[in-house]
Design a protein around this ligand. Structure first.
Ligand code: PMP
Length: 421
């Protein structure tokens, strides 16, 4: 694929010296909001897109636009080639064994629904259990509740501590002969907790329980190797890794996917169709009914190329440093309470400021050009666990700077003064 090379020097030990050049890859970061330079701290909701991704989507529409697969004309072959090449890029990125294990979806949500409906639903019987944790996103709760309602199975939830870690040993203790699948968030979007998923997969496998990992918040912040993790399914969204919205991936172990029925029916997922009988296409097409987000899929490939050029280790180190700095600054703010203080944490700072409603904090920050998220972060059970309605959440990406963190704390001081008059 002809990738528009990102404007970077390539992986190296630190990134501070490259930061300005890297930021220049993201056109939106030059935006001014209400006359002030944008500080974008809503990366857990969605990340910004580098020029190479935007250019790749534009190129598809300007130069290659055609429907993929089965086309005999040049454009269709070119579009197919680029789309399938992006699948190879994803396959290598996750270190999957085969491209057959990479299913394109609309995002993490659709990937989890696919596994819930196609893998779990036919296997669940009344009294069986689906094991999740108390820090799941709604996307990794509701699809399981839906199949539980249909089958008579029940949802079992591993509790968390006040710091936002899984209660030690509870996951292992909750696995039993009735557990049919465990679905675990790799990195919590509301708390930042990084779960010990490799260990959890091993514990589940020791009891023959397959594991799905929700990697929505992990893939853009740490290297993910599905073989090393030994997970059975891994789901992520393109838009959280600097790629287009409406794209995502389900990695599934080939032997499991082979034995699962299609999730949706339609074009592209069939081998033969008659009114009496339909036979299905091989993997991965079996799970990809209908015309997909072709531009998005190609753009996702460009996003992963970009991430690999910058280097995930380097990104993670920089974000970790930002989180460490922001957490230290947060401790100095009177009345600021950090929600989620796990020992292993990704770049998410969820907090409450005195008794000011997080939406009010968000509004003051917005007037200073700072974008954070406020609310329940699609994790209402976490809010219930902490007996709070919402949090304010600043979430960092590798393109954020220490100066931006300083601006956040200046703005928080303004909020504190406005609301404690
Ligand atoms: N899981 C987690 C941990 C998330 O953070 C998100 C998005 N906030 C999702 C699942 C759902 O992702 P999407 O909306 O892209 O399908």
């Amino acid at each position: 694929m002809s990738v528009v090379a990102p404007n970077v020097a390539g992986p190296g030990p630190g990134m501070t010296e490259d930061l300005e050049r890297l930021r220049a890859d993201f056109p939106i970061l030059r935006t001014r909001i209400r006359g002030k330079p944008l500080v974008y701290f809503d990366n857990a909701a969605t990340t910004q897109k580098p020029r190479s991704v935007i250019d790749m989507e534009r190129r598809y529409y300007e130069e290659w636009n055609a429907n993929i697969h089965r086309g005999v004309h040049w454009l269709s072959e070119k579009a197919t080639h680029e789309y399938e090449h992006a699948r190879d890029t994803v396959c290598a990125f996750l270190n999957a064994r085969s491209r057959k294990e990479i299913i394109y979806t609309r995002g993490t949500t659709e990937a989890i629904n696919l596994v819930a409906q196609s893998f779990a639903r036919p296997r669940l019987r009344p009294g069986d259990e689906v094991l999740i944790t108390a820090m799941e996103h709604h996307s990794n709760i509701v699809p399981w509740q839906m199949v539980c309602q249909l089958t008579g199975a029940r949802l079992r939830v591993v509790p968390i501590t006040d710091d936002g870690e899984l209660v030690a040993g509870e996951f292992e203790r909750s696995l039993n002969e009735r557990t049919r699948i465990a679905a675990i968030v790799h990195v919590s979007n509301a708390l930042g907790t990084i779960n010990p998923v490799r260990h959890m997969v091993a514990a589940a496998h020791a009891r023959d329980v397959p594991v799905l990992l929700d990697g929505a918040q992990a893939v853009a912040h740490m290297p993910v190797d599905v073989q090393a993790l030994d997970c059975d399914f891994y789901a992520f969204s393109g838009h959280k890794i600097f790629g287009p919205t409406g794209t995502g991936v389900l990695y599934g172990r080939e032997e499991l996917l082979e034995n699962m029925p299609p999730y949706q029916g339609g074009g592209d997922m069939i081998r033969t169709v008659s009114f009496e009988n339909t036979t299905y296409a091989d993997l991965p097409a079996k799970f990809e009914a209908g015309t997909p987000n072709i531009a998005g899929g190609i753009g996702l490939g460009a996003a992963i190329d970009y991430v690999q050029t910058v280097g995930l280790q380097r990104m993670a180190a920089h974000e970790h440093e930002l989180l460490r700095y922001a957490t230290a600054r947060a401790r100095e703010v009177p009345g600021l309470r950090v929600i989620g203080q796990a020992r292993e944490k990704a770049a998410v700072l969820s907090f409450l400021l005195n008794d000011i409603h997080p939406h009010d904090v968000g509004t003051i920050l917005d007037s200073e050009g700072i974008a954070i998220r406020t609310g329940h972060h699609c994790a209402m059970p976490i809010m219930t666990r902490y007996k709070i309605p919402a949090t304010a959440r600043a979430s960092f990406a590798f393109y954020n700077t220490r100066e931006e963190v300083d601006r956040l704390f200046v703005a928080l001081e303004i909020a504190r003064k406005v609301f404690t008059r």
